[in-house]
Design a protein around this ligand. Structure first.
Ligand SMILES: NC(=O)c1ccc[n+]([C@@H]2O[C@H](COP(=O)([O-])OP(=O)(O)OC[C@H]3O[C@@H](n4cnc5c(N)ncnc54)[C@H](OP(=O)(O)O)[C@@H]3O)[C@@H](O)[C@H]2O)c1
Length: 294
């Protein structure tokens, strides 16, 4: 299996799971090294035989220190749409195309709302920077019908990925540990999330289940708000979480586009995911956070 972005937070969990199951995993990375090929090599020499191709690349949107200026947005697009385009081209140029091609994108595709419920069939991709990014990203992965007939194509739209060694928890653990955590804004916005082991498990489920294709929502089935997450995280850490982060402070510090990511959310239902037979190990916040904090 060939993984773009396999060195990242989700990629490491996925690689471990695949290797435990006896699969041979290689990473496409910006850095050369053992078990890796670089992006220039994957484009230049052409990969003749691909068995399974997965794309998890992208500069992190979670880092609180990065400013969302034009340069950063260019890198966001290049690291997601650029890498995905390169992999789609590799598939089209391969003598033997892969059996499966999986792309991980995000639930930012759906418009934030406190009332709407979104399944994989819901519309989206056309209202703000993030949603348009996801739409272009998924479009870059799509193989033309006649050329893609031999390759099962799957897109997993992931929620915020929770795990011990990376992602959002790593950003939040210290304020919460120090008792300075609290809801963001009103806390009433939905917080679509998934445990990293479930996201990795879902990807393996997709690889192993022949009939699965198209879009799957990569979120836990419990629809929780930011306030519910805050309470569950603080409880798991045995800490109070009384200090709310007001919306105007979020917007002033992070700017309105990043602020939206924190202050607004979507109620996302993993309808096709459940229908495909995927069984979650961490379907609710308390089991997920107990595992992560423990
Ligand atoms: N974590 C989440 O909460 C979350 C939520 C929704 C969607 N996703 C999506 O899921 C995927 C995996 O997330 P993750 O948390 O595992 O990401 P991550 O740890 O931040 O990194 C993913 C990988 O992307 C590669 N990368 C970073 N910057 C790059 C750049 N400028 N150009 C090309 N490649 C670059 C890196 O690989 P090399 O250093 O080896 O090149 C890195 O290991 C991403 O596409 C992300 O957008 C994540």
């Amino acid at each position: 299996l060939l993984l773009g972005g396999g060195t990242g937070f989700v990629g490491r969990a996925l690689s471990r799971l695949l290797q435990n199951k006896g699969h041979e995993v290689s990473h496409i990375s910006r850095q050369p090294g053992a078990g890796r090929i670089t992006w220039s090599r994957s484009e230049g020499s052409g990969v003749a035989v691909l068995i399974t191709l997965l794309s998890l690349s992208g500069i992190s949107l979670a880092c609180f220190l990065s400013r969302w200026n034009e340069d950063f947005k260019k890198e966001v697009a290049c690291s997601r749409i650029g890498t995905t385009t390169a992999l789609a081209q590799a598939i089209l140029g391969a003598e033997k195309p892969p059996r499966v091609w999986v792309l991980i994108t995000g639930v930012g595709y759906y418009q934030p709302s406190r009332t709407a419920e979104y399944t994989e069939d819901s519309p989206g991709g056309d209202f703000d920077y993030l949603s348009r990014l996801v739409k272009q990203w998924e479009a870059a992965a799509k193989l033309p019908e006649e050329r893609g007939a031999h390759t099962r194509q799957v897109v997993i739209r992931s929620g915020v990925v929770l795990g011990k060694d990376g992602g959002a928890i790593q950003q939040m653990i210290w304020p919460f540990w120090l008792g300075a955590g609290g809801p963001i804004g009103s806390g009433q916005q939905f917080f679509p999330w998934i445990h990293v082991d479930d996201l990795a498990g879902m990807i393996v489920h997709v690889l192993e289940t022949e009939g699965v294709n198209g879009v799957l929502n990569g979120v836990a089935p419990s629809a929780d708000t930011n306030a519910a997450f805050t309470q569950a995280f603080a409880t798991a850490l045995w800490r109070p979480a009384f200090l709310p982060l007001p919306g105007f402070v979020v917007n002033a510090v992070f700017g309105p586009e990043r602020g939206t990511m924190l202050l607004e959310g979507q109620r996302v239902i993993p309808k096709r995911t459940l229908e495909s037979g995927f069984v979650y190990s961490y379907p609710d916040l308390s089991s997920a956070l107990k595992n992560i904090v423990g």
